[in-house]
Ligand binder design. Structure first.
Ligand SMILES: N=c1c2ncn([C@@H]3O[C@H](COP(=O)(O)OP(=O)(O)OP(=O)(O)O)[C@@H](O)[C@H]3O)c2ncn1[C@@H]1O[C@H](COP(=O)(O)O)[C@@H](O)[C@H]1O
Length: 108
């Protein structure tokens, strides 16, 4: 499963190193960070709507769009999957992460 993320990360890095005609990834890099971030936002919003609609196939598709655009953003920002996984491993060491319950949180 992790392999799919690593594979996508490698393809994105390869597109950056060797721009190709007709590549959507290259198009995003050419447009730059504002375009990439707009797409991340757009795909997140579409994922939220898909989650609400209860169509699992649609939701899986939207989640893939988010992951892909997020990984293009990561490449543009110099963040790797290794960085993300290291942080994930640190967090996995910790249990009991529930913040102290406040009365004011009761209805949220
Ligand atoms: N996972 C994806 C992926 N997910 C979504 N998309 C593209 O993201 C675009 C988003 O669609 P939208 O309708 O929201 O956007 P649009 O109208 O096409 O264009 P803009 O709004 O961005 O201008 C579509 O063109 C999808 O094809 C992706 N494009 C590429 N990948 C991966 O990147 C690899 C390399 O792709 P290329 O760079 O195109 O060779 C592929 O093999 C995939 O693994």
């Amino acid at each position: 499963m992790m392999n799919s993320f690593e594979q996508m990360e490698a393809v994105i890095a390869q597109r950056r190193a060797e721009p190709q005609e007709g590549s959507y990834t290259c198009y995003l890099f050419e447009k730059g960070i504002d375009k990439i971030l707009k797409k991340v936002g757009e795909e997140c919003a579409e994922t939220i709507i898909a989650a609400k609609n209860g169509d699992k196939a649609e939701l899986v598709g939207e989640i893939n769009d988010v992951f892909y655009h997020m990984m293009v953003m990561m490449n543009e920002c110099g963040v790797t999957m290794e960085d993300v996984c290291k942080e994930m491993d640190i967090r996995a060491q910790k249990i009991g992460n529930l913040k102290k319950f406040h009365v004011s949180d009761h209805n949220t």
